[in-house]
Design a protein around this ligand. Structure first.
Ligand code: SAM
Length: 346
C-alpha cells in the first residue's frame, strides 16, 4: 500500500484509485455535517465522499464497500483520521448488523452513491466494460455467480427476462436466443466476445447514441451483484437504524435504481404507494417515517457534467427520519420491475 497523505491517491491492486465523486457538494449540503455525529457511507469506492465528510466536521464515519479493492484505500484513510474513520468490506444490505457491531446504531446519516466506480469500469480484468476485453466477471465482491455463469449456463428464457427487466432491452428475446445458439458451439469467454455477438443481432446504426451491448451489460451487472435487491434491503435497514432527525441521502445513476429510492421515500413520507397491495389494511395506520428534503431530485449542473460526463444521469434524493416506527420490509417495494428477478439467483 502506498499513499495516504492528504490529497495523495493511494494505489489499489489494480492501479491508482481514481474516481471523481459526483454531486459531492450537494451531498454535503443535504448532510450538514456536525461535530460528534455518526455517519455511514455505504459505498466507499475510492473514498471521495468519506474524505469530504470527515474533513468537513469532527464526526465519526463507518464506510462500507463489498469490493475488496477498496481495502487499501480505506486503510490509508483510517491512518489519516485515527478513531474517526472505520471500514468494513461488506455488502451494504448487512448494514444493520455491522452498524450495531461497530456502535453506529443508532446513526445520524446513511449515504449511498450507487453503481460502479470508475476503477471498476476501467479495469478490464473486472469484466464490467464492453469497451475493454476481459473475462465475463462483473462481480464487485469477486464472489457468487459471474456474468459468464449467466450467459453460458442460464436458460434462454431466464436470460431474456434478465435483459428485459434489468436492461430494459426491447430485443431481449432475440439477444437471448442468439446467446444460447452461439454458446452451444463455443462458450463465451470474454466481454468483447459477448459484445460482438450482441452487435451482430442489433447492428449499430450511425445515429445510435449508445453501443448495442450497453443495455445487456447493464442488466448482467445488476443481476450478478443483485444491485436492486441490495438497495431495497439497505433502504429498509437504514430506516431502522437512523435516529429521528437523521438523514438518508442517495445518489443514483439510472432509472431502475432511482425508482426504488423514489418509491421508498414517497411511500414513507406519506405520499404515493403508502399502502401496499400485500398489506392493504396497513396503509392508513402507517405514520410517515421520513420527511422529504425536497420533492424533486437534485441533479448535477452543466459544469459538473462537462467536467465529469459520468455525472450526467446522477440524481440525489434525500429524506429526514421522523420519529415514527420503521415500516415493514416489504411495504410497497416488491412490485417494482427488476426486484422479482431476485428469485432467479441461485
Ligand atoms: C459509485 S462508487 C462510489 C464512489 C465513492 N462515493 C467515491 O467518492 O469514491 C460505488 C461503490 O459502491 C460499491 N457498491 C455497490 N453496491 C454495493 C453493495 N451492495 N454493497 C457494498 N458496496 C457496494 C461499489 O463496489 C463501488 O465501489
Amino acid at each position: 500500500m502506498t499513499g495516504g497523505g492528504k490529497g495523495e491517491v493511494p494505489e489499489t491492486a489494480g492501479g491508482p484509485a481514481h474516481h471523481t465523486p459526483v454531486l459531492v457538494f450537494e451531498v454535503l449540503s443535504a448532510l450538514q455535517p456536525i461535530d460528534g455525529e455518526l455517519y455511514i457511507d455505504c459505498t466507499f469506492g475510492a473514498g471521495g465522499y468519506s474524505r469530504a465528510i470527515v474533513e468537513s466536521a469532527k464526526c465519526r464515519l463507518l464506510a462500507l464497500d463489498r469490493d475488496p479493492s477498496s481495502i487499501p484505500v480505506a486503510a490509508a484513510l483510517a491512518q489519516e483520521f485515527p478513531g474517526r474513520f472505520h471500514f468494513a468490506a461488506t455488502p451494504f444490505s448487512a448494514m444493520e448488523d455491522i452498524s450495531t457491531d461497530n456502535d453506529f446504531n443508532p446513526v445520524d446519516a446513511v449515504i449511498f452513491d450507487l453503481g460502479v466506480s470508475s476503477m471498476q469500469l476501467d479495469q478490464a480484468e473486472r469484466g464490467f466494460s464492453f469497451m475493454r476485453d476481459g473475462p465475463l466477471d462483473m462481480r464487485m465482491s469477486g464472489e457468487g455467480v459471474s456474468a459468464g455463469d449467466v450467459v453460458n449456463g442460464f436458460g434462454e428464457a431466464e436470460i431474456a427476462d434478465i435483459l428485459f427487466h434489468l436492461g430494459e432491452e426491447r430485443r431481449s428475446r432475440a439477444v437471448a436466443k442468439a446467446i444460447t445458439a452461439r454458446r452451444a458451439e463455443k462458450p463465451f469467454d470474454s466481454t468483447l466476445d459477448l459484445a460482438r455477438l450482441i452487435e451482430s443481432v442489433m447492428p449499430r446504426r450511425h445515429d445510435d447514441k449508445i453501443h448495442p451491448a450497453t443495455r445487456s451489460f447493464q442488466a448482467l451487472r445488476l443481476f450478478v451483484n443483485n444491485e436492486l435487491g441490495e438497495i431495497a434491503e439497505a433502504l429498509c435497514a437504514a430506516e431502522r437504524i437512523l435516529k429521528p432527525g437523521g438523514r438518508l441521502i442517495v445518489v443514483t445513476f439510472h432509472s431502475l435504481e432511482d425508482r426504488i429510492v423514489k418509491t421508498f421515500l414517497a411511500a414513507r413520507s406519506g405520499g404515493k404507494g403508502r399502502g401496499s397491495r400485500h398489506m392493504p389494511d396497513a396503509g392508513d395506520e402507517r405514520r410517515p417515517s421520513f420527511a422529504l428534503l425536497r420533492r424533486k431530485p437534485v441533479e448535477p449542473g452543466a459544469e459538473e457534467v462537462r467536467a465529469n460526463p459520468r455525472a450526467r444521469s446522477a440524481k440525489l434524493r434525500a429524506g429526514i427520519r421522523l420519529d415514527a416506527p420503521a415500516w415493514s420490509d416489504d411495504d410497497g417495494l416488491q412490485d417494482l420491475p427488476g426486484l422479482k428477478l431476485i428469485n432467479l439467483r441461485r
